[in-house]
Design a protein around this ligand. Structure first.
Ligand code: BGC
Length: 267
């Protein structure tokens, strides 16, 4: 098992890609901290699946783990909550080696109609949350003189335009540069930072698209491999990047998109 003895925190792991990552890391032997904001039932499902995969995990919130009374607010858009989440993960398992910054949101609107509240919601979760979660684990790793792995779940839209999702694109473009910058700044401490950039994956963030046959058909035509991705298409790469096999890899983005990036046409 690639990750035996490691502790991982996966943000936004009550559904979709985050859930698949939590299960996969646990299957590779890691102890996993699950985080959710608004779907305790999803976190409970992740917990059950992690256990079925033979892993150990802790849900940083108390709800989904009856024997626990811990409660950590887990809104990744709030720096105070982000710090508490990381600190609680460290105190629960005694250390933290892997952070998967997976939580993310998007909001559809023409650029000229985007409200300040929606801009802030997207940027706060997708970029500010990642910034301060990474800062918190970096402080822990530097203090305890241990190496670590940061993996950000970005998007093909750290590179590609996505009309009507300007704030989302700004957040993912920011994430690309944050990763590059931190790969240099944290390398002396043995901390690597990489991005995984999914294309169209069949998860709740794409519910609207999945229910719109016309849009879905048009998108599928743009995907050379001819299908949407599944969460497990992403989780295997994350497990690799979290492992010692990836010790010499930092500052890179890895696309998991069925070829979409090089074949993209906006509808
Ligand atoms: C977005 C999806 C979109 C996909 C491909 C993802 O980052 O979250 O809404 O379908 O990129 O464009």
């Amino acid at each position: 098992m690639k990750l035996a003895g490691k502790v991982a925190l996966v943000t936004g792991s009550s559904q979709g890609i985050g859930q698949a990552i939590a299960i996969r890391l646990a299957a590779e032997g890691a102890k996993v901290v699950i985080n959710y904001r608004s779907h305790p039932e999803g976190a409970a499902e992740t917990l059950a699946k992690v256990r079925a995969a033979g892993g150990e995990c802790y849900c940083a919130d108390g709800y989904c783990n009856n024997e626990k009374g811990y409660s950590v607010g887990a809104d990744l858009g709030m720096v105070e909550d982000v710090r508490r989440l990381v600190n609680e993960s460290v105190s629960h398992y005694g250390s933290l080696d892997i952070l998967v910054n997976n939580a993310g949101i998007e909001k559809h609107a023409p650029f000229w109609e985007v409200t300040e509240a929606d801009y802030e919601a997207v940027l706060n979760v997708n970029l500010k949350g990642v910034f301060f979660a990474t800062q918190a684990i970096a402080q822990h790793l530097i203090e305890t003189q241990r190496p670590g792995k940061i993996i950000n779940v970005s998007s093909v839209h750290e590179e590609l335009p996505f009309p009507n999702f300007a704030a989302y694109c700004a957040s993912k473009g920011g994430l690309k540069m944050l990763t590059r910058d931190l790969s240099v700044e944290l390398a002396p401490y043995g901390i690597t930072v990489n991005n995984v950039a999914p294309g169209a994956i069949e998860t709740p963030i794409n519910t609207k698209l999945l229910n719109d046959a016309e849009k879905l058909g048009a998108l599928l035509k743009n995907i050379p491999l001819g299908r949407l991705g599944q969460p497990r298409d992403v989780s295997g790469l994350v497990a690799f990047l979290a492992s010692e096999d990836a010790d010499y890899i930092t500052g890179s983005t890895f696309f998991v998109d069925g070829g979409l990036t090089w074949n993209y046409q906006e509808q």
